[in-house]
Ligand binder design. Structure first.
Ligand code: COA
Length: 356
């Protein structure tokens, strides 16, 4: 079996910086609250009518291709992770193919809907294709345009202040050196708490969520024997029930438990210890979560990369953006043991160990 390596990496964040003080103008929040609870100082928002999840992904992908020394035409397969797709369908994978100008090749493209762990899942899927020898250049992308779908009223403040826009991409190739590349990936999920962090409407659930949520919300569904108007009802629009929802403290508690667990699982399988990690790239969910994980694993500050202060939580994009930044800063070097880890909605969580 081949081992796969990250041959090229790139990221893109929109130019527009939105500080905590900018948010104060539209909702009841404070810079102190946001910084103290999340560590976030600012985030980026894409340009409406110009930038989308796909265009940002294309910008990151072009950099990754260039650094891998390949042309976009040489990509064999696209794996695209996002929870904020341009369209409900088709997925961003095919839109990215078009954006990169490589439709002639008609290579396969798949979208991954695993939210915050989406990139690590996508990397693991791409890894299997390289390992088996099916593909030579797989483009793996995480990209999010959250700013288009957040509730900017005070009602949505617990979610909205956290999220930002951006994209990260890697080119995965077979590694010539059997000791270098992706050593292992670990993937997990538990749907028991699916609604605790979710974006339910619009959706085809037709009220299914009710038995899984403590708080009953009336979305104004027509009677069961009528057709249509289930996906999005006039009442949902009137009541503004089409935004992400999150039980923050519940998510926090699960995250600080599952991050270390899935990292240890990968380390143990490889006969390694936390102290062997040269760089941990945690999904940038909340600085407090990353600090808790760092403490649990007894890692020094220089063994963990955090950039949530600048970008907020960019969901599927956060791991590749942070990895790329760390690499560009010279903090990820040949031979280093790099650990990627993520936890998020689903709940889904995952880790990857890479010998760089
Ligand atoms: N500004 C000011 N006050 C806010 C606020 C905001 N942006 N958002 C919520 N509050 C208020 C709440 O209304 C609540 O007020 P009350 O006590 O009067 O009812 C109070 O702050 C505490 O709210 P709570 O939600 O309990 O805060 P918290 O300490 O749990 O922090 C999070 C909220 C979201 C920062 C925190 O729970 C968290 O980070 N959770 C994990 C989220 C995460 O990682 N999500 C991504 C998944 S990977």
């Amino acid at each position: 079996m081949n081992r796969s390596k990250i041959a090229g990496i790139g990221y893109y964040v929109p130019e527009r910086v939105v500080t905590n003080n900018d948010l104060i103008k539209v909702m009841d929040t404070t810079d102190e609250w946001i910084q103290e609870r999340t560590g976030i100082r600012e985030r980026r928002y894409g340009k409406k009518h110009e930038e989308t999840t796909t265009t940002m992904a294309a910008a990151a992908s072009r950099i990754a291709c260039e650094r891998a020394g390949i042309q976009p035409e040489e990509i064999d397969f696209i794996v695209f992770a996002t929870l904020s797709p341009d369209y409900y369908f088709p997925g961003c994978g095919v839109l990215l193919q078009r954006e990169l100008g490589i439709t002639k090749q008609e290579v396969g493209a798949v979208d991954i809907r695993n939210q915050c762990s989406g990139f690590v899942y996508a990397l693991s899927i791409a890894d299997q294709f390289i390992k088996t020898g099916m593909y030579k250049n797989v483009l793996v992308v995480g990209s999010e345009m959250h700013s288009m779908g957040l509730d900017f009223s005070t009602r949505g403040r617990n979610v909205t202040v956290i999220f930002g826009d951006g994209a990260g991409a890697v080119i995965l190739q077979p590694s010539e050196d059997a000791n270098r590349g992706i050593l292992t990936t670990k993937l997990h999920s538990n749907g028991t708490y699916a609604e605790k962090l979710s974006f339910i409407n619009p959706g085809a659930h037709g009220g299914y969520h009710k038995k899984h949520m403590e708080e009953e919300v009336d979305f104004g569904y027509p009677p069961p024997d009528t057709y249509g108007e289930i996906f999005i009802t006039p009442k949902m629009i009137a009541d503004g029930n089409y935004y992400p929802i999150m039980e923050g403290q519940f998510v926090f508690k699960m995250a600080v438990h599952k991050f270390p667990e899935v990292i240890h699982e990968a380390l143990q399988e490889q006969g390694l210890q936390a102290s062997d990690i040269d760089m941990l790239i945690p999904h940038q969910a909340n600085l407090r979560i990353s600090q808790f994980v760092q403490k649990t694993l007894r890692l020094r500050d220089d063994q963990v990369w955090n950039n949530i202060q600048k970008y907020g939580n960019t969901t599927a994009a956060s791991v590749p953006i942070a990895l790329c930044e760390a690499w560009e800063a010279g903090k990820v070097k040949d031979g280093d043991l790099v650990c990627l880890a993520a936890f998020g909605s689903g709940f889904t969580w995952a880790s990857a160990l890479i010998r760089w």
